[in-house]
Unconditional design. Sequence first.
Length: 307
Amino acid sequence: MRFSIVTATNNSERFLAQTIESVISQKGDFEIHYVIVDNRSTDRTAEIAVRYQSLLKLKEAGTQSRKVSMEFVSERDDGMYEAINRGFARSSGDVMAWINSDDIYLPGAFAAVSQALLENPGVAWLKGVTSYIDENSEIPQPGMCNLYDRRWIEAGFYGPLFAFIQQDSVFWKSSLWDRVGGCDSSLRLSGDYFLWREFARFEPLYSLPCYLSCFRRRAAQLSTDMEGYWREAASRDQIPGLGKQRLLARGLKSTKLPRVLRLAIRRGFLGTPHYRYLPRPDSEGGSTGRAAHADVIDDRVTSAVLL
């Protein structure tokens, strides 16, 4: 198996080395092709990326997989999603993902994804667990494993109404990327939201109960502009009733109704969800079973059950 990973950078010197190391240090029987696409940064971004390129060529980077190759491309772009598309256009892997320049993959992430996909060849995309780190790289908030309904992803409910599908722990097969044609490069903030909706037109999203990545919360990052995110999303004709979805979500969150009752109200509007999930790989390289699907009461798998 070959992973194609892309990182788009723009003056990313502060955390880029941590991001790169989290990719190239993944351990397992697979190859990694890593592409960094830089928007002509004026800080030390290029210096850091080129240094790791040199270490890899000299076989001094301490890699633990079958093969790791890295490309660094520096050229002007019109936004993150254009850069991501350019990066994947240079890739040739079986499995694809992108990681932002201040986020990280956790040790064992690629091994867990590789095993899950090899044991379940019918799975086209999956999502693991995203945890959260701060600017000191500490983890104040471990993540949870959420479950996702394909119909609700396609309808655009995740984000405005339910939990976001956090991009850093999503992996997909290159064949699915080819079917949808990549990200909409005209978007500045919400390209992942529309990419997931396109993926869901063809395949269900499977949840993998493994800690795969950490999203870094810091000041002045694009993801803090949620009003801009939703203004951009609402400008697209494909989201009927987006405003009503957000109002419903806010209304349910602001009430003091018991969680079970809030879930019942939500399902009264939307119907019973149909979730798909994967077993967690065990430490011996096996797993507890095959991919499964079920109608369940809640949309969150707690750490006591699967993590």
